[in-house]
Write a protein that binds this ligand. Structure first.
Ligand SMILES: NC(=O)c1ccc[n+]([C@@H]2O[C@H](COP(=O)([O-])OP(=O)(O)OC[C@H]3O[C@@H](n4cnc5c(N)ncnc54)[C@H](OP(=O)(O)O)[C@@H]3O)[C@@H](O)[C@H]2O)c1
Length: 304
């Protein structure tokens, strides 16, 4: 391990939540050296370089790439977009981090893992892989900190922005299930705080939710307040949702994960409240209303 080496942030380019990208900025703001791992050279890589990060290109499923990017780093944030090879990537990272030596590995997981066991799994391959990954990391003996956020508020961009913009409706099959989505920016603040000083957090698991657990009618009311126009919730049949998701051309792994997320919402499994954001950062998580206000244009704009 290199005591004064950079902090490695994987998945740094950013797709949906872009937690890694935000973490890079927050660590650089604190004056900490950052190595940002991306999959390819593109505008996102250039933007990270412009921020002051050392940008390295590699594939988390390729052990030589992972060895190259971890070498010389003192600690690691491990995350990548939801994908079929998640467990393999986690194990590759664990093997390399053990060989190279790090003083902290912050692992992105999911809130659903809190309720999973051999007798109680879910039909989402992504959630199952997070559950197995957490256990493998625990066996590894590495100095791990586990981050378990619930659904990101950013998920509403692909799942709700088109219908909220077009007809003022959130159309998802969540029934009367309650949910407490959390902003990826809040998740990133937690990750950055832990990476800056992992010592007090080692071995801990942080569950992260937004400030309120409510059904989708409540969520729609917060959308209405933020956009100053009526937004309602339509509980659509799960089969219709699956058909719409398939039209988006997402990878099968992600489509199946989203279908499972809908089922779990219906079953009340997303009705959780946790104070991890405030506990770690000293600031409460932002609400649906605050999030939608910040991104009003993406949801079709605010009526004046
Ligand atoms: N979305 C949610 O509601 C939610 C809730 C709880 C937990 N999570 C967890 O959060 C994580 C995703 O976080 P996020 O939204 O911040 O990620 P993200 O922005 O969607 O993606 C991060 C980056 O991972 C990169 N990546 C994918 N496969 C890779 C590979 N094989 N090698 C190197 N890089 C790779 C992608 O690169 P390219 O862009 O170049 O392809 C992407 O930019 C997942 O573990 C997910 O399960 C998500």
């Amino acid at each position: 391990m290199t005591d004064n080496g950079p902090i490695l942030v994987t998945g740094a380019a950013g797709q949906l939540g872009a937690v890694g990208r935000t973490v890079c900025g927050l660590l650089l703001d604190r004056g900490l050296p950052v190595r940002a791992m991306v999959r390819r050279e593109d505008d996102r890589a250039a933007a990270l370089r412009a921020l002051g990060a050392e940008v390295v290109v590699g594939d988390l499923l390729e052990p030589p790439d992972v060895y190259r990017v971890v070498s010389g780093c003192r600690r690691v944030y491990f995350s990548m977009s939801a994908s079929a090879g998640y467990l393999e990537a986690t194990l590759t990272m664990a093997v390399v981090a053990r060989e190279v030596g790090v003083d902290g590995l912050v692992n992105m997981s999911q809130m659903t893992v809190s309720e999973m066991s051999t007798q109680n799994t879910t039909s989402s391959g992504q959630q199952r892989q997070h559950w197995l990954s957490e256990q493998a990391l625990a066996w590894s003996g590495l100095p791990v900190v586990t981050i378990r956020p619930t659904m990101f508020l950013e998920s509403f961009f692909p799942l709700a922005a088109p219908t909220v913009g077009a007809r003022g409706r959130i159309e998802v099959p969540f029934g009367r299930g309650k949910t407490s989505p959390v902003a990826a920016a809040d998740v990133a603040r937690v990750v950055a705080a832990v990476l800056a000083d992992p010592g007090p957090h080692l071995g801990r698991i942080y569950e992260l939710t937004g400030p309120r657990s409510q059904d989708m009618h409540g969520v729609a009311r917060e959308f209405s307040d933020a956009l100053n126009r009526e937004v309602t919730y339509s509980d659509i049949p799960a089969e219709d949702w699956e058909r719409e998701l398939k039209k988006l051309g997402l990878p099968e792994h992600l489509t199946r994960h989203l279908v499972a997320m809908g089922e779990l919402h219906r079953a009340g499994r997303y009705d959780r409240l946790a104070d991890g954001v405030e506990r770690v950062t000293g600031r409460p998580a932002i609400s649906v209303r605050e999030f939608v206000s910040l991104h009003a244009d993406e949801f079709g704009g605010r009526r004046s």
